[in-house]
Design a protein around this ligand. Structure first.
Ligand SMILES: C[S@@+](CC[C@H](N)C(=O)[O-])C[C@H]1O[C@@H](n2cnc3c(N)ncnc32)[C@H](O)[C@@H]1O
Length: 403
């Protein structure tokens, strides 16, 4: 996998004049002030990107079956052991040693190759240990300490953790299911909608998630293609005319999106899906409207070429205008109040009149802020994905329309 660094020339910086007037006093007093804010945000994004790689490295070392026969370690269980002992447990050190012995030699595994690229000549051990400790602290706070918070402040406690942590690259088919349900709703409430220009912000890559690492295939990004499929299914777009542009800060995502459509037979391999009947039905049908499906193999054909990717930060780089639809799932959750204002302003300025924005963040702040410039949600819905170990897993969609 080649990694592309640097922004494409077409991307311009976001300016204070791009921010809706009612939001400006909470963001900056003048362009100079805004410039300083942009620099701070860029520095923070770079730091959080580094933290994200360390976290994925830790999850890979704990779970992967490609480099060792040692038992995989469930990250949440390891977080509890680590918290109790204050030291890296012996079973983790054994896996780290196994990983170190393979990461220094040539590998056919694309995930290991990506880590090798990232390490260059540097010693991987400090990064692995730091990544392990950071991700275990996060998991412990989110899954154990959060339960000790009073229920009325628990949500804000977890929101705060996400706003400080690394910018995870993870993606899953479930997120595209939420977008598909949102598009079905748009079709119902506005049957004449026609969509041609689409932007997917932060499409992600299924690299090394916190649980359920699926390594049978190299890392893939599904969301832009799944959005294309749903747009055609709900007759919102013409498959030979739609343009799906993606923006992400992570070069590995862009590398996939730029290489994949140029392949001779662009093919995605869908990981297995278990959950509510509607979710499983979605998984079974996915890919039947653009390209073709056989089992878990989705051949994209020409539609793959309708997707392009750019390296850009949606908090500091201006999203190109003229968009009919913007999608951002599991992206806003990482943003604090000021960053949220930047992202929402950026989305708003980039949409055409009557353009749509779909995300899955139900924070009250989003509704109160977007109301100030008449961009409040048109529709929102929470739905069950599955019940696992007596816990219900939900996702949500939220739809805004630019009036
Ligand atoms: C958790 S993943 C979500 C992936 C996919 N949207 C999904 O829901 O499955 C978040 C993605 O957003 C990207 N991202 C985070 N902050 C960003 C920013 N400020 N600008 C652009 N991309 C960003 C990350 O690199 C990552 O690819």
């Amino acid at each position: 996998m080649t990694i592309v660094f640097g922004l494409l020339a077409a991307i311009q910086p976001l300016l204070l004049s791009d921010i809706p007037v009612p939001l400006r006093p909470s963001i900056a007093v003048n362009e100079r002030d805004f410039d300083a804010l942009r620099n701070d945000v860029r520095a923070s994004t770079a730091r959080r990107l580094g933290a994200s790689w360390r976290e994925h490295l830790a999850y890979f070392v704990l779970q992967s079956k490609t480099f060792t026969d040692l038992e995989p370690i469930e990250p949440a269980a390891s977080a509890v052991t680590f918290q109790q002992s204050g030291a890296i447990p012996a079973n983790v050190n054994a896996r780290i040693a196994a990983f170190l012995s393979v990461v220094k030699v040539e590998s056919q595994d694309s995930r290991i190759q990506l880590f090798q690229n990232l390490f260059g000549e540097s010693d991987p051990l400090p990064k692995i240990e730091q990544g392990y400790m950071e991700s275990m602290r996060f998991l412990f706070e989110k899954e154990v300490e959060a339960l000790n918070q009073p229920s009325r402040t628990r949500g804000a406690f977890i929101d705060g953790l996400y706003q400080r942590r690394g910018l995870s690259i993870d993606t899953s088919i479930e997120a595209s299911y939420a977008v598909s349900r949102a598009l079905e709703t748009i079709r119902r409430i506005s049957p004449n909608t026609k969509i041609r220009r689409v932007l997917v912000l932060g499409p992600g890559l299924d690299f090394a998630p916190r649980s359920g690492l699926f390594e049978r295939y190299p890392p893939q990004s599904y969301q832009p293609f799944a959005v294309a499929d749903a747009l055609v299914e709900f007759k919102l777009a013409d498959k030979s005319k739609m343009e799906i542009r993606c923006m992400d800060i992570n070069p590995a995502v862009l590398s996939f999106l730029n290489d994949f459509p140029r392949g001779k037979h662009p093919t995605l391999y869908l990981p297995p899906m278990k959950g509510e009947a509607d979710l499983e039905h979605y998984w079974l049908q996915l890919g039947k409207h653009v390209g073709s499906r056989r089992g878990n193999v989705w051949s994209l054909g020409r539609t793959a070429r309708r997707v392009t990717g750019e390296l850009a930060d949606i908090l500091t780089d201006r999203i190109p205008g003229g968009q009919d639809l913007i999608v951002a799932t599991n992206v806003l959750v990482y943003l604090n109040k000021k960053e949220l204002l930047l992202a929402l302003s950026n989305v708003f300025q980039a949409l055409e009149p009557n353009g749509w924005f779909i995300h899955n963040d139900t924070r009250e702040e989003i509704e109160s802020v977007t109301r100030l410039f008449h961009f409040e949600p048109e529709a929102a819905k929470a739905f069950l994905l599955r019940t696992r170990q007596d816990t219900n897993q939900f996702d949500t969609y939220v739809i805004h329309k630019k009036r």
